[in-house]
Ligand binder design. Structure first.
Ligand code: F6R
Length: 376
């Protein structure tokens, strides 16, 4: 087990420098915005099926898997109520039937080789959608070069999940560039500055008694975190669950208010020894609506006597975007400290790699490549 107050030992255990990279997220956000502003959006893309004109979209879709797509959910939660077009988040092989001509589909795969995402790319092009891809390389970059689909290239060599700034903030820029929202770039830049003010407080040099992230990681040790969010913190709860899975290598689950009050809450009637395995992590905001606050408080009372820990992360900032990203930032860093405290490498995800290798046998990427060649 690495002591969280020994920065030298932590640096050694965090071989791929995840923590150090999180300290540089504010700069990564600015860089991601600049890159998304700079890419050229063509007037049209031609395929054998016809000409795709890049105009005002009627639907904003985001396609991808895992750490590449979570930004789509967060965007949808944060901007609900201010976007004039629906947002469709597409996971899995293919796209829903209602994603067709008139839709802007941003296809994201950090590696560029995720088979489900490659299928979605090919399907979007076949259907005549306006497509933009975000990737660090792989097949997806190759498909863009072949088809003329605009490509936002992001720096490679890291894990997808730590590259969140490069995969999420460009979506906000695209919404603005396509005339679907206003003022997002400014909000994104303010978010970067908020994280800059938080980085040092959460960083490896700051001792555990003065460091909220280290303190939470130590509290969560030995428990299965149940993360509960609401509205604009709903998908952030899911993000934290996935970070506990992938970075800390533990089971974790998420849910949201008010939905969890209509089913999951009944599970808290179970035997004490069963419930002791869990900790509850509540994502909070000073701006939570009164009905949500009441639900959180009532649920907290129930969990207090039963879960092994009931913990909270309070959002910072003045917009929903800042609130969501500030909680995500704390939670992500907590999951890395938890990995180090548990003596596991936060970076490697062997089970995902093994599964992808097992799937390669079906040669789906090669089939998509052929389908794209036939389309141009
Ligand atoms: C890895 C991670 C995974 C991947 C997923 C899809 O850090 O978070 O969830 O994001 O397996 O791979 P990519 O992102 O390369 O398309």
């Amino acid at each position: 087990m690495v002591l969280l107050d020994d920065p030298v030992a932590m640096r050694k255990a965090d071989e791929h420098g995840m923590l150090e990279f999180y300290m540089r997220w504010p700069d990564a956000i600015h860089e991601a915005i600049e890159r998304a502003m700079a890419i050229e959006i063509p007037d049209e893309v031609r395929t054998r099926k016809g000409i795709i004109k890049y105009g005002q979209p009627e639907l904003f879709a985001v396609a991808g898997m895992g750490g590449s797509i979570i930004g789509g959910d967060i965007l949808s939660d944060v901007l609900q109520g201010e976007l004039s077009v629906p947002v469709q988040v597409c996971r899995g092989y293919g796209l829903p039937a209602w994603v067709g001509p008139g839709a802007l589909v941003v296809v994201i795969s950090y590696s560029g080789n995720t088979e489900e995402t490659l299928v979605a790319f090919s399907e979007a092009l076949k259907r005549g959608c306006m497509v933009i891809a975000i990737t660090s390389g792989g097949h997806l970059a190759g498909f863009c070069r072949k088809t003329g689909v605009p490509l936002l290239a992001v720096p490679g060599g890291r894990a997808t999940r730590m590259s969140f700034p490069y995969l999420f903030f460009p979506l906000l820029v695209f919404l603005e560039r396509f005339g679907l929202a206003k003022g997002l770039r400014e909000r994104a830049e303010k978010t970067a500055e908020l994280l800059r003010s938080m980085a040092e407080e959460l960083g490896p040099e700051r001792p555990a008694q003065e460091n909220k992230a280290k303190e939470l990681a130590l509290e969560l040790m030995g428990t299965i975190p149940l993360v509960y969010g609401f509205k604009w913190l709903r998908s952030v709860a899911y993000r934290l669950k996935t970070q506990f899975n992938e970075n800390s290598k533990i089971p974790s689950f998420s849910n949201w208010f008010p939905a969890m009050n209509h089913h999951e809450i009944v599970g808290w009637e179970a035997e004490e020894e069963l419930l002791r395995a869990f900790s509850v992590l509540l994502l909070r905001s000073r701006n939570e609506p009164p009905e949500i606050r009441r639900r959180i408080e009532l649920t907290k009372e129930i969990a207090l006597g039963k879960a092994s820990k009931v913990l909270e992360i309070w959002a910072k900032g003045s917009s929903k975007l800042e609130e969501a990203v500030s909680v995500l930032y704390v939670g992500d860093i907590v999951s890395i400290y938890l990995a180090l405290a548990r003596g596991v490498d936060p970076y490697r995800t062997r089970s995902i790699d093994a599964l992808k290798a097992g799937m390669a046998e079906l040669k789906i990427a090669e089939k998509v490549k052929k389908a794209i060649e036939e389309l141009i």
